[in-house]
Design a protein around this ligand. Structure first.
Ligand code: GAL
Length: 678
């Protein structure tokens, strides 16, 4: 692509051919230069087993090509045709409770099914052979959102596959028995054939078994993705292959994107704002930062978002005027090489007919269409940012496997919630105008060394190696901030030897003698003692912090208490601590604070990290930098109802209005501005 990408999912098979010409003409009017085609077209491409019909797709691609529009060609393997399921009902996945899902929707796939794997490879090969070197082809879009709506399958074929996966992982049964702690409740296995997937059990199921099954399910889907990718690399050399992720922890929770990010030629992500969340731009920013991070900071592509209503949410709330552009350009600010939508033209039939589109049911005489055309021009004007990278100020450690482990049954409190903590810390950093990268707990030393501040919101499962990694980061001079119930278990969900938090005890300079989960609705107050960092101005300035859900009896071993519990089960004891370790500092927060109450804690840790506060920037005015060979770009997204004045490091040219910008940029309410600094 020579510009940023602009376009969306294009499903011409839902429309008579006469509509296609109008589609291409309107795409050109809107500045569309890339569309995703054929994602759900298997039944149209192979109406009967072995009989292929490419004529219609040839014509669609030629029309697009003649219009100068590039194609992200789908492999339609997320929905095998009805004839396939009739011949292979066993390829429909089975739930944990033993219910086999039915055809009639999408994404019902047993990833261990040999019949599915073979049929998917056949259709992928046929597409690769036919279109692999087509000049309109910009990339391959494999499958659709692995993991959504279902990833795990508990059928007999999956069970056998799981056993062979385990045999490869553990080698010997003894190793598996040790890893799963099967001495507990008499679960020891004497033969591989005795092992089953963790199907519904009368009471809590073995957590290590469940965790391994979650890993296995991801690996099975990944193997299928790789099979398609390898075919396409062979048949279509040089054309990037990707699959659309859903990295937002609100939208997919079964895929370990740290693993998948390394498997795609370009990270592609789908994101849908949660319409009823007043500040849903924070969730959007988090998803965009995660998308960039799972690719290691490389530019990525927003492959789907919505122009307005999202049909699968409880209420299809329409976006306000300007909201779509703010959403789209916020993704671009955070590294996306364009803005793509689901979908081009609103469907007349099927489950998603009330989902918004670039071309709504109302047609071109509509607000949405006018905003789409305007956005197309903005995206075109932003061509110079292509290839630049978003500059981050700090990093958050997030780990999908730890999340899976933490949310299994019978944890010390049902209110512990990895996702909620990740979102709260992210929001608190967002409100401090800190741009964040995400990193895995085992990130390389050099990668971590680039961040003055590393925040660990919830890392229940922390391998010994990850613990050592974080310790070294601090010893090297970094500032680490760890939230409660982190560092507790190893990769098999077994508690680390010694007192909690085993993997992080040394770096934090303390011991958690006792967990003190709070009763539902119970609150505790955290008091800053004399001489501790004062609470900066802000809501409730000077008053104690309030925690809920969780408290701990802490015994310091080198760390100093900075806030102590004023009441509650750990009254008088340390609540938030600071530990000098090597050349760096490690903070620990032992209760659940709201994003607002986290602010003074982050302020104190940021002071250690040398991150200056941005009191010059109003709340909900997003300022993000992209930098690279083509220049330094400052994106300002004003989510507020008032004009914002944002200081610039130096003058520059605003790309959307082509106006000069001096030291202070005025951004109207609801608007976006992008300045290329001189
Ligand atoms: C995505 C999916 C699209 C469409 C969209 C609607 O998750 O990939 O095909 O269903 O949601 O929001």
């Amino acid at each position: 692509m020579e510009r940023l990408a602009f376009g969306g999912d294009y499903n011409p098979e839902q429309w008579p051919e006469e509509v296609w010409r109008e589609d291409v003409a309107l795409m050109r009017e809107a500045g569309v230069n890339l569309v995703s085609v054929g994602i759900f077209s298997w039944a149209r491409l192979e109406p009967r087993e072995g009989s292929l019909d490419f004529g219609w797709l040839d014509r669609v691609i030629e029309l697009l090509h003649a219009g100068g529009i590039r194609v992200g060609l789908g492999t339609p393997t997320v929905v095998p045709p009805a004839w396939f399921y009739r011949a292979h009902p066993e390829a429909l996945p089975v739930s944990r409770e033993g219910q086999r899902w039915a055809f009639g929707s999408r994404g019902a796939i047993c990833h261990s099914s040999p019949a599915y794997q073979e049929a998917a490879a056949r259709i992928t090969r046929a597409l690769g052979e036919r279109y692999g070197d087509h000049p309109a082809l910009a990339m391959w879009h494999v499958h659709n959102e692995y993991g959504v709506p279902v990833l795990e399958c508990y059928c007999e074929t999956s069970a056998a596959h799981f056993r062979s996966w385990l045999a490869e992982r553990y080698g010997a049964l003894k190793a598996l028995n040790d890893a799963w702690g099967t001495a507990f409740w008499g679960q020891a296995y004497g033969d591989w054939e005795e092992i089953q997937p963790p199907r519904a059990t009368p009471t809590a199921c073995n957590p290590a078994q469940r965790l391994d099954f979650a890993r296995f399910a991801g690996d099975s889907a990944l193997a299928n993705y790789r099979r398609e990718r390898e075919l396409l690399h062979e048949l279509s050399p040089g054309v990037p292959v990707t699959t659309n992720f859903m990295v937002s922890p609100r939208q997919c929770d079964t895929i370990d994107y740290w693993r998948w990010g390394q498997e795609v030629d370009i990270v592609a992500n789908d994101h849908y704002t949660m319409a009823e969340d007043d500040r849903n731009h924070i969730g959007l920013a988090m998803a965009a930062d995660l998308s960039r991070s799972v690719g290691g900071g490389r530019p990525w592509l927003l492959l789907e978002h919505a122009t307005s209503a999202v049909n699968w949410q409880p209420r299809g709330i329409a976006k306000a005027p300007g909201e779509m552009a703010r959403n789209s350009l916020a993704h671009v600010a955070r590294g996306s090489e364009g803005a793509m939508f689901f979908q081009w033209r609103a469907s007349r039939a099927g489950a998603e007919k009330f989902h918004s589109a670039m071309l709504p049911h109302a047609g071109t005489d509509s607000r949405i269409w006018r905003e789409v055309v305007e956005l197309g021009a903005y995206v075109e004007a932003l061509a110079p940012v292509r290839g630049t990278r978003t500059a981050a100020d700090a990093a958050i450690v997030f780990d999908w496997q730890s999340w899976w482990a933490q949310r299994l049954e019978w944890r010390p409190s049902q209110d512990l919630d990895t996702r909620e903590r990740a979102e709260a810390y992210y929001a608190a950093l967002f409100d401090r105008h800190v741009t964040v990268d995400f990193v895995p707990p085992d990130a390389e030393r050099e990668r971590l060394a680039g961040y003055p501040l590393l925040v660990v919101p919830a890392l229940y499962l922390t391998t010994a190696a990850a613990g050592a990694n974080l310790r070294r980061y601090v010893a090297d001079g970094g500032t680490l901030l760890v939230s409660y119930f982190s560092g507790i278990v190893d990769e098999h969900d077994a508690v680390h030897p010694g007192p909690h938090p085993g993997a992080l005890r040394e770096v934090l300079g303390l011991v958690v003698e006792e967990f003190q989960p709070l009763r539902s609705g119970q609150r505790v107050r955290l008091q800053a003692p004399m001489g501790a960092p004062p609470r900066p101005s802000g809501p409730g300035g000077g008053s104690p912090l309030t925690g809920d859900v969780w408290a701990e009896t802490l015994v310091t071993a080198g760390a100093e208490p900075v806030w102590t519990y004023a009441d509650g089960p750990a009254a008088g004891g340390p609540a938030i601590t600071r530990h000098r370790h090597g050349d760096g500092t490690a903070w620990y927060v032992s209760s659940r604070l709201s994003a607002e109450d986290l602010d003074p804690v982050l302020a104190a840790a940021s002071a250690d990290a040398g991150i200056a506060p941005r009191e010059d920037l109003p709340r909900d005015v997003e300022v993000v930098r992209r930098e690279g060979e083509s220049g330094s770009f400052v994106f300002v997204i004003n989510h507020t109802g008032a004009e914002a004045k944002v200081p610039l490091a130096r003058p520059g040219t605003e790309l959307l209005t082509a106006e000069r910008a001096d030291g202070r940029l005025a951004v109207p309410s609801g608007a976006v501005r992008v300045v290329r600094l001189d």
